[in-house]
Design a protein around this ligand. Structure first.
Ligand code: ADP
Ligand code: MG
Length: 234
């Protein structure tokens, strides 16, 4: 699903160059649930943003579902992003003046799905994350965990090939974090490929594979015995 080879990325800060990714190699198969770990500043978000086509690498190759991601203009990149990728962020990134249902329907609007169909689909996806009764509520009326579930429903509504989550539990307490991980595991159980950036070991243990970044390279890449989040949620 994802093949990256010798990926490098630097940031120019005045006369200083910050070399963040120094040759990253890894592949992700369809259906994997991968945690990307590393200390703050180790380049986790940089890597995820490149995988999510929100940013581009300086050198190296990236093939997503058989498509080489290179030299794409912004229009083409946006098309692929909408078609292939779903995003979840620590800060939810919901639109404050839109209801839960309208937020979930938004990616479908960009896919030119008719209003009737996108409203129906949005409600279906809200139902899947247990929030159908909250469809007409604004984000400000939802708890942090509920907001993240809306964000996950929004990411999944576009039926992406890969779901990318950057510290999805970073703003949540433990119990709520496990509820969100339970949902992520359920989505992965259906065969969806998911990458989760986290610096919390208990969250990483709920994935199936852990990749550790340090000093710009992958220092560890191991399969884990997945802990089920549902065991921690009542
Ligand atoms: P992580 O997500 O692991 O905390 P990041 O990928 O966000 O790390 O950042 C890696 C390093 O690159 C950090 O030192 C950060 O300050 C720097 N960095 C990230 N984005 C930029 C940018 N747009 N311009 C300059 N430096 C950046
Ligand atoms: Mg980060």
């Amino acid at each position: 699903m994802i093949e990256i080879k010798d990926l490098h990325k630097s940031y120019q800060m005045g006369s200083n160059t910050l070399h963040v990714l120094k040759g990253i190699n890894f592949n992700v198969e369809a259906g994997e649930l991968v945690a990307i770990m590393g200390s703050s500043g180790s380049g986790k978000s940089t890597l995820l943003n490149i995988l999510g086509m929100l940013d581009v690498a300086d050198t190296g190759s990236y093939v997503l579902d058989g498509v080489p991601i290179e030299n794409m203009n912004e229009t083409k990149a946006a098309q692929y992003r909408n078609k292939f990728l779903g995003f979840v962020f620590q800060s939810f990134n919901l639109i404050n003046y839109k209801t839960a249902q309208e937020n979930v329907a938004l990616p479908l609007y960009y896919q030119r799905v008719s209003r009737k169909v996108r409203n129906e689909k949005a409600l279906e996806y809200l139902d899947q994350v247990g929030l159908k009764p909250w469809a007409t509520h604004l984000p400000s009326e939802l708890s942090g965990g509920q907001k993240q579930r809306v964000a996950i429903a929004r990411a999944m509504a576009a039926e992406p090939k890969v779901l990318l989550a950057d510290e999805p539990t970073g703003a949540l307490d433990s119990k709520t974090s496990y509820e969100v991980m339970d949902l992520i595991q359920q989505i992965n159980d259906k065969g969806n490929t998911i990458l989760v950036v986290t610096h919390e070991p208990d969250i990483a243990e709920m994935c199936k594979r852990v990749v550790i970044l340090k000093d710009g390279v992958i220092v560890e890449d191991k399969k884990v015995n997945q802990k089920r989040a549902s065991a921690y949620v009542q």
